[in-house]
Design a protein around this ligand. Structure first.
Ligand code: ZN
Length: 813
């Protein structure tokens, strides 16, 4: 076989495996034979996600009524649980206090064993109906709610299952998992719960995955795989997810000790919590897949006689859709130990036979290190540039998977070209050109820190050593050793994620053992390709998903891992890299850079990819003044033109103490408004303390209210509507007189879904001290005088955008 033939076959194989991997991350098409009524699913999403419907808003109440009406029309016993929830995370402690008035929807499908008193036998099928204020929430989580509604229709028309099924549609998830806390901690039915299935979204398309389980998942996962053909799941995602700070309602049920499974899709992150999370942008195939998961898992678990709880966790992953492999901890440990031993044995044998030498492996490490440093620095500088450029990160995120492809091709070209140069011997230009390119990039990115220059400066001596050595660097063995070490590390730290390292390494090592026995020629080349196929089957979907789910922030790390993976499958990439003395690799690098330039500079904002911009209106109730404000007034944009030259700099701290961000403000005419009111209802004095009964009310439905109590007020106990609120340590210390008063600090409460009748607050304080409270109400609309937004601009998520912020200081003597 000629070099060109080998390279062509390798390229086609690599591209095909990448395309196959990409397909695994996409939702399959709808199943024409399914019982699911797809048009009905879409209609539910249309109604629920017609507009933003955060907790407490009028739109939220309409959605609630729609869902309740639907469950009742199915003949299900349906109730709305209305309660006050004081946020408490199962294991994290936050600085502020979150309080919400939630309205959970609970519909029950009775099972056959309903008259048998059996504890912990209810199956809870959960999704949340509230959205964020900044988006209609078609994916997050109308997709989940619609899927649960459709499954409820099908199951209520079928013979009753064994277990009761509780369709729990929670409220206030976005405000802090409030509805789930209301149900699992307060509702009497919570004690009957045996198993929880939760359905979520963090994007607008892509395949849905079962990404999280409760601890001891062996039995659950085993049954789950049996329940749903074509299921996508991976024990790696759970290992990653549990190390992140993200939460869903399942965090609460798990925290209360309930078993559970969590499903979500997450491609299209730019639509997450944005106005573009609309029914038009929700992938209908994704919706269909989510609904199928709800139906199949609910039907399966509800019909099992007994649920079990295992002590151990399974390793599970898809080789391809439908090809789900699972095994227990014993096999995970044995396969890991086996591949590590095989590696050691092959390494020792190769050393003994003189196929590899200590010198060439050592220079191989230096060469691999140089490749990694170059790749890392390249993408790190790109990131610095994107962060400083006008909406650079937003643009990149809105392009979905395309930047990943551009960056991968760049990394591919760079890795192949550099490794070929290292093996062939470096020229003087090779030594100095790469560091110079990096210096140019650092200057282009506009950074001034000396730290950025460490990598290019470090590269020069490294490259000079590699140029001077007569020992040809063995990059492949060095990469195999690195992969071997990573395998050992992951086996130790997260055994259920180790499959991702164990099987690719095992296949490559077995390939080496077999290749040695084959004659040099076509059969040897093909054996090499087959040895690489496990890595190419397992790794690409994981890298694509990692990029989509969490990698935008750290592409430089992902690209170093890609580079290492390309060196791992060296039998495949060698033939491409060495072709035409590295010129093919160089052309790949050029193509990658061109593609990167297109994704970085190529597109502005349009209706599908609008620019998030923040504009809010603030009213200083004490001074009777109003002004427009924004954190991101950019000249040239719609917002920049509106704010104009007349804007001046200010700080959000003057509105919400402790919230320190720079803003631009511009004077505006004061509209008619009704601020929130905080009044003393009652006061009682006894035993050195006074007890104050306060009443908080707001005229605007959907507003959320920040209450900030002066840190030196010395509040000893607090409760809302009869529910206790934990007083932070520092406030208690102050109450006991052990610390100097810190007049600058405030204890912040965030109150969501304040009922029309208001809420009652009880506080106990030391005698004599006046109580200073800052009341900051965020009402989810702008005054009529607001400028109309163009179609390529949307309100910015996680901000005060499109709200009126009314702030006042109330002193209660
Ligand atoms: Zn959600």
């Amino acid at each position: 076989m000629s070099g060109w033939q080998k390279a062509l076959i390798s390229t086609i194989f690599l591209a095909a495996m990448l395309a196959f991997g990409y397909r695994q991350t996409q939702a399959p098409g709808m199943d024409a034979g399914s019982e699911l009524d797809y048009p009905a699913l879409i209609r539910h999403v249309e109604v629920i996600a017609a507009k933003p419907h955060p907790i407490g808003s009028l739109a939220n109440r309409r959605v609630r009524d729609y869902i309740v009406g639907y469950f009742e029309s199915l003949g299900l016993e349906t109730q709305v649980q209305k309660t006050t929830v004081v946020y408490r995370h199962p294991h994290r402690t936050g600085s502020g206090t979150i309080i919400g008035q939630v309205e959970n929807i609970i519909a029950r499908l009775p099972g056959r064993s309903q008259n048998v008193v059996e504890a912990a036998s209810d199956l809870v099928v959960m999704a949340h109906y509230d959205s964020v204020p900044s988006g209609p929430g078609a994916a997050d989580d109308a997709s989940g709610v619609a899927s649960v509604m459709e499954a409820a229709r099908i199951l209520s028309n079928a013979p009753p299952p064994v277990h009761d099924v509780v369709f729990l549609i929670t409220d206030g998830e976005e405000a802090g998992l409030l509805g789930a806390q209301g149900f699992f901690r307060q509702h009497p039915a919570a004690k009957n719960v045996g198993l929880v299935l939760n359905f979520e979204a963090r994007g607008s398309h892509g395949a849905s995955f079962m990404f999280e389980t409760s601890a001891g998942n062996a039995w659950l996962v085993d049954r789950l795989i049996a329940s749903t053909p074509g299921l996508l799941a991976s024990s790696l995602s759970y290992e990653i997810y549990r190390r992140m700070t993200n939460d869903t309602d399942l965090s609460i049920s798990k925290g209360e000790g309930f078993s559970g499974l969590n499903f979500a899709f997450f491609a299209g992150l730019s639509d997450y919590h944005a106005m573009t999370d609309s029914v038009e942008n929700l992938d209908k195939n994704t919706l269909a897949q989510q609904a199928n998961y709800v139906l199949e898992t609910t039907r399966h678990f509800a019909s099992l006689d007994h649920w079990q709880r295992a002590h151990d966790d399974l390793t599970y992953f898809n080789l391809w859709r439908g090809g789900l492999v699972s095994y227990g901890q014993g096999l995970a440990a044995a396969s890991g130990a086996g591949v590590l031993l095989l590696g050691l044995w092959l390494f020792a044998a190769a050393l003994r036979r003189g196929r590899i030498g200590p010198g060439s492996v050592l220079t191989g490490f230096l060469a691999v290190l140089s490749v990694f440093l170059f790749v890392w620095s390249l993408f790190e500088n790109l990131l610095v540039y994107l962060r400083s450029a006008d909406a650079g990160m937003i643009r990149i995120v809105s392009l979905g998977e395309w930047p990943l492809l551009a960056w991968f091709v760049t990394t591919l070209g760079l890795t192949l070209w550099l490794s070929n140069r290292f093996r062939k011997g470096l020229s003087k230009a090779d030594v100095f050109l790469p560091p110079l390119v990096l210096v140019g990039l650092i200057l282009l990115a506009g950074r001034t820190s000396a730290l950025a220059f460490v990598v290019p400066v470090l590269l020069i001596p490294l490259m000079m050593i590699l140029r001077s050595r007569s020992m040809r660097p063995d990059l492949w063995t060095a990469s195999l050793v690195i992969w071997w070490l990573l395998t050992a590390l992951v086996l130790l730290l997260a055994p259920n994620a180790s499959y991702l390292f164990v099987w690719p390494l095992a296949a490559v090592l077995l390939g080496i053992a077999i290749q040695r026995r084959l004659p040099d020629g076509a059969s040897r080349f093909l054996a090499g390709l087959i040895a690489c196929s496990v890595a190419l089957l397992l790794l690409p979907p994981v890298y694509i998903l990692a990029y989509l789910a969490l990698g935008f922030a750290q592409p430089q790390i992902l690209m170093v891992i890609c580079s290492l993976s390309l060196l791992l499958v060296w039998p495949l990439t060698r033939s491409i890299g060495s072709l035409a003395d590295g010129k093919v690799a160089l052309s790949l690098l050029g193509a990658g850079i061109l593609m990167s330039a297109v994704v970085v500079f190529g597109r502005g904002f349009d209706t599908r990819h609008p620019r998030p911009e923040e504009l809010f209106y603030a009213i200083d109730v004490d001074r009777q003044e109003g002004f427009w404000g924004s954190q991101d007034a950019r000249p040239g944009s719609w917002l920049g033109e509106f704010m104009g030259a007349g804007s001046r700099k200010a700080n959000t701290g003057q509105i919400l103490p402790g919230y320190d961000r720079q803003i631009h403000i511009r004077d505006g005419d004061l509209p008619a408004y009704t601020p929130a009111s905080l009044t003393v209802e009652n006061e009682r004095v006894g035993e050195g303390v006074r007890e104050i009964h306060l009443h908080l009310s707001a005229a605007n439905a959907g507003a959320y209210v920040n209450l900030l109590f002066a840190g030196d007020a010395g509040i000893e106990t607090a409760s809302v509507n009869g529910f206790p609120v934990a007083v932070p340590e520092r406030n208690r210390d102050r109450a006991m007189g052990s610390q100097a008063p810190d007049s600058g600090s405030w204890w912040r409460w965030r109150w969501y879904g304040l009922p029309d009748a208001g809420a009652d607050i009880m506080l106990t304080l030391p005698l004599g001290s006046p109580l200073k409270v800052r009341v900051v109400e965020i009402d989810d609309k702008l005054p009529d005088a607001a400028p109309p937004r163009p179609a390529n601009s949307i309100r910015r998520p996680y901000s005060w955008s499109d709200s009126t912020v009314m702030f006042q200081t109330v002193v209660l003597e």
